[in-house]
Design a protein around this ligand. Structure first.
Ligand code: FAD
Length: 410
């Protein structure tokens, strides 16, 4: 491996990212907000080409993979700057769930898997998704799942046909909330491969092309009435006897939950810092409107004490949230995601709560305008309510933090 080039100067990079988002992404937001997805996809292809040419591509990744090679806290700052627009991460190939999948495959894929699945996503020529949650079971406890992957020809207690590496996994199951399935090229499917094993060793990750026979797209799920499309949508799917080569197993057999945990640490920093970027935009919209809107001749909305409280509380909570996330990012870098797990859980519910409150205040400050799609506020208000649910609901993360805290007293 060649020595990575030095990380770029962070302030200069942040300036470039902010400028890029303002010049290239914000002007396209009306296409998104008016649900003109075909025109948006076409325009975004050009923006993504520009990002690649300007060196603003795969910023979260190591320089060896064409990324900026930033330490996690520094990438966090970049993620915040990209979060100013709902299009920022997609423009630079840093959108969920691709970014999590890229990190996962960089750590665990075989050379063949890298060539077939990872490289096209790194290049922006393909998209991926992550299918774990099932309608029939509580997603908050994904150890309980019905989707199975069995080696073709396997018999109970017997030797699986093709176990040498020439066999096929046969997948059957039902998933939902598979973000970005619509138009994706492949997915990571979490499936039970070893039902007799202990709870955390039952499931494995399998790479499945979305075009494989037996992959059924049931529907795009309308989130608060908004079905979206492509990378901005969530799907219900069925796997009906889908066959993929045995070599499509990602990581060790039975290692699905361990890999899912690994995917969480850095991913949590990405998400939380993106939400802080959303808070900053909401505060900006709130302040501009409060100064421009007159509630009586010569009397700006910003003069109202209630509005000033909303602005002050939003500023304080957002700044506090940022410090907490960056501190946790440093802890992950220093001690590893496992050692930092209480913080990794705590920032999830802390920042998701901040996001909800800041968005709510901003919508209120804009009045009727706040619930229209003339600004991105209503889009975020609809879609980011789920921030307290996806990637583990608040209550699960609070349970993790409380357990760690109580341990110190036992
Ligand atoms: C917008 C969006 C995108 C998503 N993207 C993906 C994706 O790409 N891939 C994927 O696999 N999944 C995805 N999910 C699924 C997500 O991970 C699950 O929705 C989440 O884990 C919660 O599971 P559930 O919806 O089944 O809720 P349940 O598990 O049924 O929980 C319902 C509620 O019960 C409460 N609760 C649950 N557990 C506890 C507990 N231990 N203590 C106290 N209260 C509890 C919580 O308030 C929770 O909200 C997405 C979800 C959303 C909304």
């Amino acid at each position: 491996m060649t020595a990575a080039p030095p990380a770029p100067d962070l302030d200069a990079l942040l300036d470039r990212v902010r400028q890029f988002v303002a010049d290239e992404c914000v002007p396209l937001e009306p296409l998104l907000l008016n649900h003109d997805y075909a025109a948006l996809a076409e325009a975004m292809d050009e923006v993504r080409d520009k990002a690649r040419a300007d060196g603003l591509w795969n910023l979260a990744l190591h320089a060896d993979h064409g990324g900026a090679g930033l330490p996690l806290p520094e990438f966090g700052r970049v993620s915040e700057a990209l979060g100013w627009s709902p299009l920022g991460h997609w423009a630079t190939n840093g959108q969920a769930p691709d970014i999590g999948n890229m990190e996962l495959l960089l750590a665990h894929a075989t050379d063949a898997q890298r060539g077939q699945f990872l490289q096209p996503v790194l290049d922006g020529a393909a998209r991926s998704c992550f299918a774990m949650t099932e309608p029939e079971h509580a997603g908050s406890n994904p150890t309980v799942m019905s989707t199975t992957a069995r080696l073709a020809g396997a018999v109970p207690g017997g030797v699986a046909e093709g176990a040498s590496g020439a066999g096929e996994w046969v997948l059957d199951g039902h998933k939902w909330f598979t973000t970005g399935f619509d138009g994706a090229d492949w997915m990571v499917v979490m499936a039970v491969t070893d039902p007799e094993a202990s709870v955390y060793k039952r499931a494995s990750m399998v790479l499945v092309p979305t075009g494989a026979d037996g992959v059924e797209h049931v529907r795009r799920l309308p989130v608060m009435g908004d079905e979206g499309a492509g990378w901005l949508s969530h799907s219900e799917i069925r796997l009906n006897g889908v066959r993929v080569p045995e070599g499509n197993l990602l990581g060790p057999r039975g290692g699905g939950f361990q890999l899912a945990q690994e995917r969480l640490g850095p991913g949590r920093i990405h998400h939380c810092m993106r939400w802080i970027g959303v808070c900053e935009r909401a505060i900006d919209l709130m302040c501009r409107r409060a100064l421009a809107r007159e509630i009586a001749p010569g009397r700006a909305l910003a003069e109202q004490q209630a509005v000033r409280f909303w602005i002050a509380e939003s500023r304080a909570e957002t700044d506090a949230a940022r410090l907490y996330v960056l501190d946790t990012a440093q802890a992950i870098e220093r001690d590893g995601a496992r050692a930092a797990r209480a913080g990794v859980s705590a920032i999830k519910f802390t920042v998701a709560g901040t996001l909800g409150r800041v968005l709510d205040r901003a919508v209120q400050a804009l009045g009727g305008l706040g619930v229209l799609d003339d600004t991105p506020l209503a889009f975020w208000f609809r879609h980011e309510r789920a921030a307290r649910i996806y990637d583990g609901p608040d209550e699960v993360h609070k349970g993790v933090v409380a357990r760690q805290e109580l341990k110190r007293y036992r």
